[in-house]
Design a protein around this ligand. Structure first.
Ligand code: ZN
Ligand code: FE
Length: 257
């Protein structure tokens, strides 16, 4: 399975999964149709599946247009998003399994950003060591999604589930927010050497116009404050230790950063 990263709108990424053997494609969170259709044309591939993480317009914006062009498309999304994802045909629950190309995936129910948000984890292919997590607006590189429909406690529980996955997991986040996120991260975790180093790297990448997605889950565990509510230095910084309170405090600070 090849993964193509397609920039869309102002700062979104759409991910196109290509099954080279069968020449079929799936697309994660199609914000816009044009980049998807252009990529399909270049590959000469047929689109068979949409995987939506949640119902926001910058993630489902092209569902209808793609359905019009490919009427047999299956449209996957969370069961809690029933009625909010255009054209949805498959209603997923936590722990559901699916497969695409040569890869098996597990669905994680991760409410917080929205009440219906799900993530798709594709385990490494046979003989491989790298997994792929499509986490929408739950975890960003260096940050996390805003809490539009959930509580800090829910988001901690959701991120904690994803945090259990192996370090060798590529994180395919739906937005290019990394540089701004790391600027904030440095204000709450200033003595973290891994974070300082990451900031330098990302700053250089962005100056050269390079994408910072995918990121590695191992990197996020070491440098993303929103996965580090149990880190003593961060707890001392915000003056609290209970996970949901630490997380809520960090999220509130970031909202006003
Ligand atoms: Zn969103
Ligand atoms: Fe979004």
């Amino acid at each position: 399975m090849d993964i193509h990263r397609l920039p869309a709108l102002a700062d979104n990424y759409i991910f196109l999964l290509h099954d080279r053997q069968r020449n079929r494609a799936a697309v994660v969170d199609p914000a816009e149709a044009k980049p998807v259709l252009d990529c399909l044309e270049t590959l000469g591939a047929d689109l068979v599946t949409i995987y939506n993480t949640h119902h926001h317009g910058d993630h489902v914006g092209a569902n209808r247009e793609l359905l019009a062009k490919y009427p047999n498309l299956e449209v996957y999304g969370g069961v809690e998003d029933r009625g909010r994802i255009p054209g949805q045909t498959v209603f997923l629950r936590d722990g559901d399994r699916l497969s695409f190309a040569d890869r098996e995936a597990t669905v994680y129910f991760v409410p917080g950003h929205t009440r219906g948000h799900i993530a798709y984890y594709f385990a490494p292919g046979s003989g491989e060591t790298i997994g792929d997590l499509f986490c929408g607006d739950t975890i960003f590189a260096g940050g996390c999604g805003r809490l539009f429909e959930g509580t800090p406690a829910q988001m901690v529980q959701s991120i904690d589930k994803l945090r259990q996955l192996p370090d060798q997991t590529r994180l395919w986040c739906a937005h290019e927010y990394t540089l701004g996120n790391l600027k904030f991260a440095l204000t709450v975790d200033p003595d973290n050497g891994d974070l300082q180093e990451r900031f330098q790297t990302v700053q250089g990448d962005r100056q050269r116009g390079q994408a910072t997605i995918p990121s590695w889950l191992g990197t996020e565990k070491r440098t993303n404050p929103f996965l580090r509510w149990d880190n003593p230095a961060i707890q001392a910084r915000v003056g609290m230790a209970e996970p949901a309170r630490v997380f809520g405090k960090l999220r509130g600070m970031k909202d006003n950063f």
